[in-house]
Design a protein around this ligand. Sequence first.
Ligand code: PHE
Length: 361
Amino acid sequence: MSDDLQHLKDETITAVKAAGDLAALEAVRVSALGKKGRITGRMKTLGGLEPAARKAAGQALNALKNAVAEAIEARKTELADAELGARLAGERLDVTLPARPDRLGRIHPISQTMEELVAIFGEMGFTVAEGPDIEDDYHNFTALNIPPEHPARQEHDTFYLPALLPMLAGGSRMVLRTHTSPVQIRTMKKSRPPIRIIVPGRTFRADSDATHSPMFHQVEGLVIDESSHMGHLKGTLIEFCRAFFGVEDLPVRFRPSYFPFTEPSAEVDIGCTRADGQLKIGHGDDWLEILGCGMVHPKVLVNCGIDPARYQGFAFGMGVERIAMLKYGMPDLRPFFDSDQRWLRHYGFLPLEAPSLVRGL
Ligand code: PHE
């Protein structure tokens, strides 16, 4: 091969190897082998040569053309591989990374605790009833046999609404309900026994410290039929306490108490120990009050048009925050309603990990 051809070959192959992408490589191909390319130009001069010289020059040019074509193919494969490799690297998904737990929401302990209560009492045949947060004086107090001088009725304990539309309340004042007990009245007035309901809901009292919030939650229970007596009340609540706190032989004590709408009335305590400021629920030397209850007062039945000579039953009520704090070891009530993500992440429940009846709560 002549020096001249060797030089052309070296130059072209160097340009092929230097082509950084497929477009640059195509430009090199056109400049060498295209219609007006340098090698094609040389081919065109063969016609003017002597036959012997033409044959030799033709072979040399063909060899050059093949060598360049081969180099272009090889570079093309190289570039295509590199391009694919880069794309694969860029699009790679690392499937071994765990899901980001901080982006998952949590079930609020109040919702979770209410779910647990509904599950436990639902299993015993109770259904859920609800009533309004804004009540009238009659349902919140009067129908429940709460006398005018009762402390709960005082201005500084209860949130009264301005008397804008007194006719809405049938002449009586509207209040933010101080307990879920008015739903007892609403249920007994609109349905006939047998009644077996629980009432989860929001309640309001003018109280605010580490264990009281002006807005809090209660779950009420009501059973009315012809035969339910104090034994059923005790059995139901003992069963509930043991299921909720997950302690099979949890000691439960009924202590005489007073509510205007039940007679007799009792407060329920569960056994616990308090060692080094640590509260442990279960057998122990101490007691913890968790709910109020009693046999529905005959006057309340009469107020709802139910004959106390034929029907009787029991009621109970408990604070949801209080029993949630006891079960899940929360020292302070106030963060329940601060919407602090850190608190919610710590005390809230992941949907798939929430305690449930099927998993023994
Ligand atoms: N309503 C009462 C309270 O808020 C609790 C209670 C409900 C007591 C039902 C007896 C029966 O303190």
